[in-house]
Write a protein that binds this ligand. Structure first.
Ligand code: 1Q0
Length: 215
């Protein structure tokens, strides 16, 4: 394993990624979007191996996007806006049913985008939680009103079981590696508006282009 993989998760890194993700004219940088997810996956992995079925899927999607960025058409994948234009114009997206393009950038990013909504709700709940709040409850409540609607019963069941294995609030905040609980809450307060804006910009772009239901 490389040095990078062993480095401890740090919430500040994720925060920085989302800070750099949006340009002044609201272009979403794919590079920074991916960096944000890489950091979150690192955190998820540090919480235990019961979450690996989740992080494996996230890593798979990250790798699809990284390959597109590094590929021959990489110049069209610097921002989400350019990616959408390029893939639509060149008919590289399966729009109504799975076909020749099961791994388009558009449908792959949509899966992460939906997960970002879950993250937004979970972090907001964590930020405003009190000492006796349960992380597993906050996590599943966020999941139930967001990402779960896109998952079949068996995945929802597995996710529910994994949530029960989340560390308690105190330990969870410690895993964020930004100091005391109070400091972690402050960094979450800083991160949330950034994550929300990235989510909002992507949501509007996908809605305009009718891409919110890509198979
Ligand atoms: C802490 C627990 C994290 C729980 C994350 C909630 C997601 C649970 C969903 C589990 C499903 C994973 C199995 C695969 C599903 C795929 O079928 C599905 C659709 O893709 P496809 O190709 O079949 O159409 N994939 C997804 O929906 C993508 C799911 C990606 C989830 C990525 C979550 C990684 C992030 C973890 C951060 C945890 C720490 C949060 C606190 C951070 C504080 C800053």
């Amino acid at each position: 394993e490389g040095e990078e993989d062993q480095k401890k998760f740090c919430l500040q890194e994720v925060l920085d990624a989302y800070k750099m993700c949006l340009s002044e004219d609201k272009e979403v940088s794919l590079q920074h979007y991916v960096t944000g997810w890489r950091g979150l996956v690192k955190l998820l992995n540090s919480l235990g191996s019961v979450f690996s079925f989740i992080s494996k899927d996230a890593v798979n999607k990250i790798q699809i996007l990284v390959a597109l960025m590094a590929g021959d058409s990489g110049s069209h994948y610097s921002t989400v806006q350019l990616m959408v234009e390029y893939e639509l114009q060149n008919h590289l997206v399966d729009l109504t049913k799975r076909g020749n393009h099961p791994e388009s950038g558009c449908r792959t990013l949509l899966r992460l985008h939906r997960a970002l909504r879950w993250l937004q709700l979970f972090l907001e709940s964590l930020r405003t939680s009190t000492e006796d709040s349960k992380t597993s409850t906050m996590c599943s409540e966020a999941y139930n009103v967001s990402l779960s609607q896109y998952h079949p019963w068996v995945v929802r069941k597995a996710a529910g079981m994994a949530f029960c294995m989340l560390p308690g609030r105190q330990e969870f905040f410690a895993a964020l590696n930004v100091g005391s609980t109070e400091q972690a809450v402050a960094v979450l307060g800083e991160a949330l508006p950034l994550i929300s804006e990235v989510y909002q910009v992507t949501e509007e772009l996908y809605a305009q282009r009718n891409l919110l239901d890509l198979p």
